[in-house]
Design a protein around this ligand. Structure first.
Ligand code: SAM
Length: 354
């Protein structure tokens, strides 16, 4: 699709209808500057204006996109070309965001549990660990206020705790520092489990570590834990409700489950030239495969309601949904991610009780 060609074509057809830019603008309810912008090829008309422009100028949509009058032979060929160009345009507009990273490319996929586990385990066993640090307690990630300030986990002193997706063990150390006495960690990646073990042993901290996908039965004790938590772990599950039902079974009656993940609104909005742009649909929960550094990940952006409803379906009582930005930290950051965090939450934390 060639904007300049379409612009020249709009101008030509407008003149054939004896309309000025102002005349066309008035019929469409836009300013003459907008018409001039289209005709100079500096932007395409919005979707809502395309059909009315075509009927005023007596042309078809296919001709508008082609920027010329079409005879019967060319019509089908041009329609095919325009269709492809529109699909490619829409793909370019889509951006997927994980944490502070805009992903290299994004392909929608049919989710396959084994393939997803294999791809994500490979990522976390290799370069994924370079992304850790900002996802360990007391940080819940992004510009979310510190756990030391919000106390979403409550008092951990003397508590039995389990971390889902324990990564390199930094958050388990935090739980130990806060007085937790019985520490457990679960992670899909053997390398991550080794990192956790080595890190905690070096600190003289004992933890029981289980290598398993969080979606599976993995022999963790039931009706046992006071607190189950996860920092940027839960979103990796391929089966949300199944995972929450497992977590529910591990907790004692009255025990709490607290987890944080990238806020879904953060994942739909990108910053372009200092402005926030909706670059993906909030409703889009399709699974995708995306490039992250030299590896790939497989994820889906779930809506906030999907997490809340899955908790309720698993028997939890929801106590708190925290969506906040530490404004001081975001102001001090002086980059796009910080500016975005001043306008919308980049992380959410949910707290639920059995
Ligand atoms: C962002 S990291 C968590 C970091 C951790 N909170 C910390 O403090 O170091 C996500 C972790 O989830 C693990 N993970 C990914 N998919 C998983 C799954 N299906 N089941 C269990 N763990 C998974 C990864 O191996 C990775 O260690």
């Amino acid at each position: 699709m060639n904007q300049k060609k379409t612009g020249r074509f709009i101008a030509k057809m407008r003149k054939e209808q004896n309309l000025t830019q102002r005349g066309l603008a008035d019929i469409l309810g836009v300013s003459d500057k907008t018409v001039s912008k289209w005709e100079c090829g500096n932007g395409m008309p919005e979707l809502s204006h395309m059909q009315p422009i075509c009927s005023i100028l007596n042309i078809s949509l296919n001709e508008l996109f082609s920027g010329e009058k079409l005879n019967d032979t060319d019509y089908k060929k041009k329609a095919e070309e325009n269709m492809m160009a529109l699909i490619q345009e829409a793909e370019k507009m889509k951006k997927n965001i994980v944490g502070g990273n805009v992903l290299g490319y994004v392909d929608n996929i049919e989710m396959d549990v084994c393939e997803t586990h294999k791809t994500n385990t490979e990522f976390w066993s290799t370069i994924g660990s370079e992304f850790l640090g900002a996802t360990a307690l007391p940080s819940w990630g992004g510009f979310f206020p510190s756990e030391d300030r919000l106390h979403l986990l409550g008092n951990l002193s003397g508590k039995k705790v389990l971390e889902i997706g324990c990564g390199n063990g930094r958050s388990l150390k935090y739980a130990a520092d806060m007085g937790a006495v019985d520490l457990w960690g679960l992670d899909i990646s053997e390398s991550q489990i080794d990192r956790t073990r080595n890190f905690l042993e070096a600190q003289n901290i004992h933890a029981r570590l289980v290598c398993s996908p969080m979606e599976n039965e993995c022999g963790l004790p039931t009706d046992y834990f006071d607190v189950v938590y996860s920092v940027y772990g839960i979103g990796w599950t391929t089966q949300l409700t199944k995972t929450f039902r497992h977590v529910y079974s591990y907790l004692k009656k009255g025990g709490i489950f607290v987890f944080g993940w990238s806020h879904p609104i953060h994942k739909c909005v990108s910053v372009e030239n200092g402005r926030l742009i909706f670059s993906n649909s909030y409703f889009n929960e399709e699974w995708y495969r995306a490039g992250m550094g030299s590896k790939e990940i497989m994820l889906s952006n779930r809506m906030l309601g999907t997490y809340i409803n899955a908790l309720a379906d698993s028997g939890f009582v929801i106590e708190k949904l925290a969506e906040e930005t530490d404004r001081e930290k975001a102001l001090a950051a002086d980059h796009d991610f910080g500016r975005k965090a001043l306008m919308l939450p980049t992380v959410f934390v949910l707290r639920a009780r059995k």
